[in-house]
Ligand binder design. Structure first.
Ligand SMILES: [Zn+2]
Ligand SMILES: [Zn+2]
Length: 397
């Protein structure tokens, strides 16, 4: 591996930052301390900082030479509302909050790269290091774009990275095209008519109607969607009633839909509404249909992905770059950035959990698991990838 020597030299400092952020997790749009740590470090290293985009977002601007070429490197800063069960020294100090997705590591890797790029230069143009809030459901990437990320910081391409447990530590995995799914949620209310449970003829039973709708919805993916197109419809909550002898007024059906294409999403939403309304009508009930489209699918651009793959191969060797990674039905708000700018998002293997020091919670080291911890061995690899990518993209002539 051709890691950058100076990055290895200040690995201890970057690791200390990572563990400090891990110990002080903050949720969506509340990354005040984390943003301060990031901005202070960038300023300490002489990097101009833009603050306030999407509230807690931070952008460092590293400029060399005279070229107008520019690229963005993006990390996310937020943690999750869950209790950490690890007991090592850098475990979360905030009950009910935890860095279980490795955004502490993403932030630290990008800081390492920023420091190296500012120190050594060796490129012609501008590198924007983007630290965004609220990836976990808050759409911080979209908010930064709405707050002018790409107008205040004009760039030719943008790149993202996420650690991925289960893939060998330090191995890159990527693909062109759709890599992560769109994420959408629905809440459908069946409005019936309450009655005594012993006198069903006096009411309209929303529970029975909700069950019929739930069953029929499961024909959409199996009977309406093209079998070659990935799609998931998961009904995750049914709420109704409060007593054994009361037919309730209403029933709620709540869940998520994941797809890779807008056509399939349009089809699923339309069929869900038709089935819900027609079934309700058949039983003299009404429907309130709410369907919210959240993160779009994450689509890697062909040219930028091929470019990034070459950088990865030069860095860690072709054997350690999987260019055909299996897409996942999980979602990621970096998708918004890839709708606005060409670019590439890549997984960096986090290993199987062997890296965790004594005191971890003995659970699997999976994302969003209370035993998860970011693998510090990745810090120089991820930071070196960012540096190599920036230097290759903004090659000094
Ligand atoms: Zn996550
Ligand atoms: Zn994440």
């Amino acid at each position: 591996m051709k890691l950058f020597d100076p990055i290895l030299q200040f690995q201890q400092e970057i690791q200390a930052i990572r563990r400090d952020i891990h110990a002080h997790p903050e949720l969506c749009f509340e990354e005040f301390r984390t943003a301060d740590v990031v901005a202070q470090k960038l300023e300490e290293w002489g990097i101009p900082v833009i603050r306030g985009m999407a509230g807690t977002g931070v952008v460092g601007v590293i400029q060399r030479g005279s070229s107008s070429r520019a690229l963005g490197l993006r990390a996310d800063m937020d943690a999750l509302p869950m209790q950490e069960i690890n007991q090592f020294s850098h475990t979360s100090k905030h009950p009910g909050k935890m860095h279980a997705c490795g955004h502490d590591g993403h932030t630290a890797m990008l800081l390492g790269a920023a420091r190296y790029l500012q120190q050594t230069g060796d490129f012609d143009g501008t590198v924007y290091v983007i630290f965004q809030p609220a990836e976990e459901g808050g759409g911080g990437a979209r908010r930064m774009i709405e707050d002018g990320l790409f107008t205040k910081c004009p760039m030719d391409a943008v790149f993202g990275m996420h650690n991925w447990p289960g893939i060998a530590a330090g191995q890159f995995a990527v693909k062109t095209g759709g890599m992560m799914a769109s994420s959408n949620e629905f809440e459908v209310t069946v409005l019936g008519k309450g009655a005594h449970a012993a006198q069903p003829q006096k009411g309209i039973d929303p529970v029975m109607i909700a069950v019929q709708i739930a069953q029929s919805w499961q024909t959409i993916v199996s009977r309406n969607v093209n079998p070659l197109e990935p799609a998931v419809l998961s009904l995750t909550q049914i709420h109704s009633g409060s007593a054994t002898n009361v037919i309730p007024d209403e029933a709620k059906l709540i869940g998520t839909v994941r797809t890779f294409s807008t056509d399939v999403l349009d089809l699923i939403e339309r069929r869900m509404e038709t089935i819900a309304r027609s079934t309700a009508e058949a039983f003299d009930a009404q429907i309130e249909f709410k369907f919210q489209r959240n993160y779009p699918p994450l689509i890697n651009h062909v040219n930028e992905t091929e470019f990034a793959i070459q950088v990865m191969r030069d860095l860690v060797g072709s054997d350690h770059v999987d260019t055909q990674v299996e897409a996942t039905m999980g979602a990621e708000d970096f998708a918004y950035m890839l709708q606005a700018k060409p670019g590439c998002y890549v997984f960096l293997g986090n290993g199987t959990g062997d890296h965790r020091s004594a005191g971890h919670g003995l659970g699997p080291c999976n994302l969003h698991n209370p035993s998860y911890d970011f693998n510090d061995d990745l810090l120089p690899i991820g930071a070196s990838y960012w540096v190599a990518l920036a230097q290759a993209f903004l090659k000094a002539k």
